[in-house]
Design a protein around this ligand. Structure first.
Ligand code: AOF
Ligand code: ZN
Length: 381
């Protein structure tokens, strides 16, 4: 049966306002962590009467900000919110209660909150109060706002992006190990933005010994969309996978603002103590084939509220993470050059003997960044 015109028009309006709420939520991309990015729009008689978005953990949620803007006009309004309103007393009071008190008529939310402290109870509370609640409007777009927050709550693991830079023929370093600056400035700035939205950057001992990287965010707030000039830029945790505490205590990253974690399997020894004395935090993990069990590492990071991980490592660790099924997305920058057969490849993937063993990928996006290419792909495991 065809839908009547007014119903279709209403659904179009719902999607229109939810799309706006999603745009608002995106403003929190670099700041809300470990909380989710959430946006909210209040509409009465077809007019937007309030808007809000969550800026950072500990600060108000999107809904009370939109309510404050609307004031008395919130009564009988429709609420568009990208995540189910919360029902718990956390760092802030429950938003579902605030919406009930304000007398809103209808709530459209894009998705149920995967946080077990909420998980449907916000919706239930609203319905109990006689408010009409609809769930699922632009759900996939809303889920894309918070891949890490959702995966952490649903699977107990962070969302992992594996970042790599290579030549057009897929080479990352010359046989000598020389690898600096394959890609150009625009691509490196783009990587900075991926770092800025991540909760942690993970690398391996080989990269630390070879490059002594900083793995920090070197953009100012003015260079990050929706951040206010002068607002402090959050530094993602730096995590080194280093089985036997061989990271030099004088490594550049340990001296930088923010936390550096070293994930290993070896017993605590003098080297471990020296790293702790230098300011690093050590995590001892189970081993898997004589190396750090990467699944256990990811579980531990999720337990510490790490939502999104950017893996910036060499071919050994990147390959191991793909093999273990831990990589959700490959973020590959390819420079317009060729490096030849003697140079190193992107992933060390032992045991691929037949075409059937290939790691199949789904291309999510291809873009040109300056003179380089950026390919985002998802392993189809
Ligand atoms: C947000 N922003 O706009 C909404 C959230 O620690 P709290 O009190 O800030 O609560 C965080 C939880 O609240 C979060 O994990 C999510 O489940 C829920 N909703 N969170 O940060 C918001 N609406
Ligand atoms: Zn809330």
């Amino acid at each position: 049966m065809a839908l009547s015109r007014p119903v279709m028009a209403a659904e179009g309006a719902d999607r229109f306002h939810m799309a706006r709420a999603i745009r608002l939520a995106e403003r929190g991309r670099y700041t809300t962590d470990p909380n989710p990015r959430v946006g909210c729009v209040l509409v009465r008689d077809g007019q937007v009467v309030g808007e809000g978005w969550h800026r950072r953990t500990g600060e108000p949620h999107a809904e009370p900000l939109a309510l404050a803007q609307a004031g008395e006009r919130a009564r009988d309004a429709t609420v568009y919110v990208t995540l189910e309103p919360c029902s718990h007393h956390g760092r802030t009071p429950p938003c579902a209660e605030a919406l009930v008190s304000a007398g809103v008529a209808r709530v459209v939310c894009a998705m149920v909150d995967p946080n077990p402290r909420v998980a449907g109870r916000g919706i239930e509370r609203l319905r109990q109060a006689g408010i009409a609640v609809e769930v699922g409007c632009l759900e996939s777009q809303a889920r894309a706002l918070n891949p890490g927050f959702i995966k952490r709550h649903e699977q107990g693991r962070p969302y992992v992006r594996c970042k790599l830079g290579a030549s057009l023929d897929g080479r990352t370093a010359l046989a000598t190990g020389e690898s600096k600056w394959i890609t150009a400035e625009a691509a490196r700035r783009d990587v900075q933005r991926w770092r800025a939205r991540s909760s942690a950057i993970v690398t391996g001992l080989g990269t630390v010994l070879g490059d002594d990287p900083s793995l920090n965010v070197r953009l100012s707030a003015a260079e990050l969309p929706s951040m206010e000039p002068g607002e402090p830029v959050r530094q993602p945790w730096r995590v080194v996978v280093d089985s036997y505490w061989r990271t030099p205590p004088e490594s550049r990253m340990i001296g930088l603002p923010g936390r550096t974690l070293i994930a290993g399997i070896g017993p605590m020894n003098e080297a471990a103590n020296a790293l702790e004395a230098a300011g690093a935090e050590l995590i001892r993990l189970p081993e898997h084939g004589g190396r750090v069990d990467l699944s256990a590492l990811m579980t531990e990071l999720a337990r510490r509220e790490i939502n999104e991980v950017l893996l910036e490592a060499g071919s050994t660790l990147s390959g191991a993470a793909v093999c273990a099924g831990l990589v959700d997305e490959i973020l590959l920058y390819q420079a317009p050059c060729l490096m030849g057969q003697a140079a190193k490849g992107l992933f060390d993937l032992p045991g691929i003997d037949t075409m059937a063993d290939r790691v199949a990928l789904e291309i999510l996006e291809v873009r040109r960044i300056g003179v380089d290419l950026r390919i985002r792909a998802r392993p189809n495991l």
